[in-house]
Design a protein around this ligand. Sequence first.
Ligand code: NCD
Length: 316
Amino acid sequence: MTFRHKHLLGISELHPREIQTILDLADRYAEQNRNDGPREMVLAGLTQINMFFENSTRTQASFEIAGKRLGANVMNMAMQASSIKKGETLIDTALTLNAMHPDILVVRHPHSGAVNLLAEKVNCAVLNAGDGRHEHPTQALLDALTIRREKGRLHRLTIAICGDIAHSRVARSNIHLLGKMENRVRLIGPPTLIPAGAADWGVEVYDNMAEGLKDADVVMMLRLQKERMDGAFIPSEREYYHRFGLDAAKLTYAKDDAIVMHPGPMNRGVEIDGTLADDINRSVIQEQVEMGVAVRMAAMELLARNHQTDPKGVMV
Ligand code: NCD
């Protein structure tokens, strides 16, 4: 199946076979990235602009590396120093950049829905690098690729997503993706950090690790997103760690060969024990970062192809 989209805004709009298409291509790039072989410069001559209105280490760096590996001219907008600081709106900034004819815009924004809005105003490919608590599609895709490589499949697995679900776009995109691929998804966290209505998402909800982790193949920990909290959601970090922090003892509730994931950045000693996070026999956190570059190469290649084949050269 071909990948028909003009933008990558969320997992919710993808067909399972489109997810497979991205992962298959990304798998090839993952191998290519490991072996210093010849590279196809499929983005040669294209201009990629990264607009990050929120802090980022891995996502921004890997979009930049992914673009450069495929030959794109990559510009990182310094949003702190941009005219947004003078009061220009997101849309005016986007229209200004659009007039310079970029081919790819990578956007991260603190407001849910902002990237979709922006995509309606420009005529290049837009990739959502995380909007508020809404979606973070390339993160879910890199998580899926990591799981598929580790477990040999991406269906009929039991995957526990633990911690601050309420503020997490990573959780939402993963719930969409893992559900579409027919996995059993469990959410574990204190009721204050589980969004109202989560039980209707086709997931099981638990408020204790012993029950939630039972028979899990994958344990995905989430950061406590304090910057999105406008009040007290947990009694104390110490108590949170005691009840929901993942350490070697709690991991024994899961399957013996369960893998440990975290999208980063990590709060060691808050949601995860530092030694466990570094244990290469259980933790695949560094592989997630590695797969991030491959997945972003694949996503940008597929979008660029659609851009080129559009008869009028106009994106809708
Ligand atoms: C995540 C994000 O920004 O949503 N990080 C990431 O992209 N690797 C998760 C987080 O910030 O906790």
